[in-house]
Design a protein around this ligand. Structure first.
Ligand code: FES
Ligand code: FE2
Length: 338
């Protein structure tokens, strides 16, 4: 069961062009494309004639022609031409979905089109700000999206799962996180003062000594998580707000259910230092991808042990507080929508 009246990331803007891009979203076949005016459109990827995927057809002047018998559909889903037939009945159409491009992301509304409100797209301004450099990536995950939300709201797993890539100081494992319930989400985070920096941060910020390190994850329903992460030379005032002796990044995670047991995972780091340093971009892209692959492999194995991502009947521990709140909030929203 998915929340429908909300925005999901359908793709990074850079990955959507004039080619027809098929993508299963919330267990529905969707085809994405860029029309002649440059905007992104989304149609049901299922022809209303004989159910051929429209993505196997062609796009010409913003009109999709089905590759089976040649029916043509405009971006609203209306059929505009039937070969060998002068009259096109009004009800020959496929479903179209509202799409808004913002923050270098194409957001799709899978619920009632009349309720689509662009103001509800979460504020991720750093993804589209020249002062920040982003390193966007994509992973396909054979696991329910909520398992990934759980993962991102629990910072303690870093010490165990990311020993090789992210873990810096052994004390991280037992540093508790604080949780805060927001009107539209959950925030969880912690400070680690005078800790050894993790390898990726040490390399990105040239740290050779101990650092004051922060991690604050914010979740907005249904499945956007961004983390304010970074570290500064220990004792230089970062906890009081002076981050000038350190590096900060936004670690962004846009999760879109493909099916009950698979997820489109759009990730990126955004940084406001060394923004023209291509080697650093490469380091951060490769480093983040390697880390998120560690998560993905574990979550896929977890999914094989679970039924559709449900954690019912399993034991909770103290570190689960934020993910439990997020699951509760989402359950309430889904129940209200139904
Ligand atoms: S199935 Fe699309 S035109 Fe026949
Ligand atoms: Fe992780």
């Amino acid at each position: 069961m998915f929340l429908r009246n909300c925005w999901y990331a359908a793709g990074w803007s850079k990955d959507i062009d004039a080619a027809l891009l098929p993508r299963r979203l919330l267990d529905e076949p969707v085809v994405l494309f860029r029309t002649s005016d440059g905007s992104v459109a989304a149609l049901e990827d299922r022809c209303c004639h004989r159910a051929a995927p429209l993505s196997r057809g062609v796009l010409e002047d913003g009109v999709v022609q089905c590759g089976y018998h040649g029916l043509k559909f405009d971006r609203t889903g209306a059929c505009v031409e039937i070969p060998g037939q002068a009259h096109v009945p009004n009800d020959v159409r496929v479903r179209s979905y509202p799409v808004v491009e913002r923050w270098n992301v194409a957001w799709i509304w899978m619920g009632e089109p009349a309720k689509a409100d662009a103001a509800a797209i979460p504020d991720l301004a750093w993804l589209d700000d020249p002062a920040w450099r982003i390193t966007p990536g994509y992973l396909h995950l054979n696991a329910n999206y909520q398992l990934l939300t759980d993962n991102l709201l629990d910072l303690t797993h870093v010490s165990y799962l990311h020993k090789r890539t992210l873990a810096g100081d052994p004390r991280e494992a037992t540093t508790p996180q604080n949780m805060e319930i927001l009107p539209d989400g959950v925030r969880a985070g912690r400070w680690m003062l005078g800790f050894k920096p993790p390898p990726l941060f040490a390399a990105a910020g040239n740290f050779t000594e101990d650092v004051d390190r922060w991690q604050f994850a914010t979740w907005h329903p249904p499945s956007v998580v961004y983390l304010d992460i970074g570290c500064a030379k220990a004792g230089t005032g970062a906890p009081e707000g002076d981050r000038s002796q350190g590096i900060s990044m936004w670690s962004n995670h846009l999760l879109t259910p493909e099916t009950d047991t698979s997820t489109h995972y759009f990730f990126s780091f955004a940084r406001n230092f060394g923004i023209d340093d291509e080697a650093l971009s490469q380091l951060l892209y490769e480093g983040s991808r390697e880390t998120f692959l560690e998560d993905s492999e574990l979550l896929e194995a977890q999914q094989r042990n679970l039924n559709a991502g449900s954690i019912a009947g399993l034991h909770n521990i103290r570190a689960d507080a934020a993910q439990i709140q997020a699951r509760r909030m989402l359950d309430t929203l889904i129940a209200a929508e139904r």
